[in-house]
Write a protein that binds this ligand. Sequence first.
Ligand SMILES: *Cc1c(COP(=O)(O)O)cnc(C)c1O
Length: 371
Amino acid sequence: MTDLHRPGFGTFFLPGPTEVRLEVLEAMLAPMLPHRGAAFEHMFARIVTSLQAIFRTTRPVYVSTSSATGFMEMAVRCAPPGPVLSLVNGAFSERFADIARSCARDVDVVSAAWGDIVSLEHVETALRTRRYVALTVVHSETSTGALTPLEPLAQLARAHDVLVLVDSVTGIAGAPVETDAWDLDVVLTGSQKALALPPGLAFATVSERFLQRAHLATARGRYFDVREFEQYAKKNQTPNTPAISLLYATLLQCEAIASDGVEQRWLRHAALQHATEQWVSQTRETLGIELCIYARSGHRSPTVSAIALPAHLSGDALVRAVAQRGFVIGGGYGKLKATSFRIGHMGDHSVDGVRRCLDAVADALQSLKAE
Ligand SMILES: *Cc1c(COP(=O)(O)O)cnc(C)c1O
């Protein structure tokens, strides 16, 4: 089985897709179930209950057979008419702004340097200058490893009556998210990141406020119409035929996460980030290899680290050398492609597991340096 599902690859420390446990993969072998019927509804209700514990909400959590981008599109399509403010500090937040533009939104951008986060002062200035219906923000910017604190941002947005649309694709199940307590309007993720499921599903929850205003959006389309998701959620169904096999995997994994307690998962991810940070300083000190983490200290994501490469070292060569040692890590992304590599320390990995991967990276760095 191991060889079958992993032809020539090693253990995944990519920032998505992430390593999926064998038990979760095997859950997908179960036979089909009609998606309109009591057995499905029973299973779906259990999935939603466990997702509610993970998202920290009492609202339904929607499940879409799409990648996370589908729900990013839902968020901007279903927001009421009017201009959108996009916080941009990396490739994925830039993409959120692009998606809004492609849905015919008038988009203004407040930006920060890559590795940094957008300052609240800049957001406030923008909100005072123009009346926005919504703002888009990427919680954990997967291209740089920067984590944006959501609670103060949501408070500020609330004071201006602006909806808060959150891409927490590499946040949910890795970094603390309190959807209800922080009063967030849309929170979305994909299956293949910190939830450690195969790619193919997206999960999102929306506030009552968002739902109430969604009817004003006149071109919601069909596949990503939030009101369709809400109606079907009431029946414990999805609007269209879902990827049933992936739902079997989701049931097993999300019930396991909820029963361990999502706080435990947040703590473990904080420890994984800490171990990575320690490894960077140790590698600098003991091996003399000039590495540094892109994201500013204090704003680092617990799930992903983008690490600047020493001068003259190729990211592609490093990724290849690490793969030969049995681990799949990520290259740089967007404009950091040539100058960084990324460790996705998320999902079901232990601190020892991430250390083994980082040992392999150190070994690969040394061998490339000696060449
Ligand atoms: C991976 C990722 C996405 C895109 O997810 P897809 O599932 O490929 O659509 C969006 N935003 C962030 C922050 C991501 O890490």
